[in-house]
Unconditional design. Sequence first.
Length: 404
Amino acid sequence: MKDISSRIKKVLFISSLYRPNVGGVETTIEELANKYRNLGIEVAVLTKRYPFNLPELETINQVPIYRIIRPKNEKDYLKSIDWLKYYNSSIKADIIHLFQVHRPMPLYGLLLSKLWKVPLVINYAGGDIPEPNDPFSQKMWKEGEGIVKESLLQADQHISFSKSLSNYVKKVLPEIKKIDLIYAGLDTNKIANSEIYKPGYDYFVSIRRLEKDKGIDILIKAFNMISVNYPRIHLIIVGDGSDRKNLEHLVDTLDSKEKIHFVGTIKLEETFKYLRGAIANICPSRAEAGGIINFAAQAAGTVAIGSNIGGIPEYINHNKTGLLFHSEDIKELSFYLSEVIKNRKLRANLINNSLEKVKEYDWENIAKKYLLIYEKLINNYIATDFKPWSILSKKMWDQLKNDF
């Protein structure tokens, strides 16, 4: 990768949220930034200032973070252009890599790419393109009307975390004919060498945002079905979200309530401990664009069980690297929970198969794939003009290019 890195001096990552916020996109950018910096590539991050009490400029793990206010009206949008002009020399890069296409970040990425005459890479990560059974993604897409779609159509490269997500993209953006596939990555060595959580009982774990589309209620009901047969096995639910109170109320009505535990949001490194000690990690989603948690479970030597929805089957090869059940089929999920408890041979085979396969998705290999794309784009790049699609987009462009 050193030959590639010598031709790429700086990368600007753009994302809707970044550290100290926690999530898959934040982790992806942080890990890629670490790999790039080790190769001598400078990195900066442009993100929204959320929550608002975060500083406008901060350095985290030696990476400068620039936080811009989310605009609410035309005045805010034009004010944000002055902000971009002020920090222009600090964030200017050889390539722009945008993760998750929430308003207004794709517009900022496009404007800067046209100003600097550098390629713009769009990375769809889930929760940003409308997906069936996912009200959040549908809401975010609607909020971006008049901004997001028009910005994406002028980008130079499109990448997705799963084939399933690519299909969703093509439904709303049929003009995009080619979307490259790069699965989410992970630090397999860090996960495999993490401490093991030992609460004094055997347990299943599910590490999820507690939202309706993540299907935790399905898991709770399935666990309750088998609990009487396995009195020493518990269920630990890691994460938080708007559905937590409903889930806690559901648990209070069940016979197994003393064996179901909510631990809330914890640091990423802590989740590895829970995975390492678990019988299995369950991803029971009703909607899921990717499913990196399934790779993490496999790297931890834990059985990955997931619904057959969205991109999850791309992260779990049924009966090879994990188990898949039909989405919302509580009885089938309960069967697989019992199976991994009593069928030790099956469990061992799944773990051994997945430990070998998941090494393909270590950050070292993922970073290499992105750098190869960057190099190809830069070598073949032909600058084109910004094409305004509205009065506001023209005003923003005219204001940005003034003085440059």
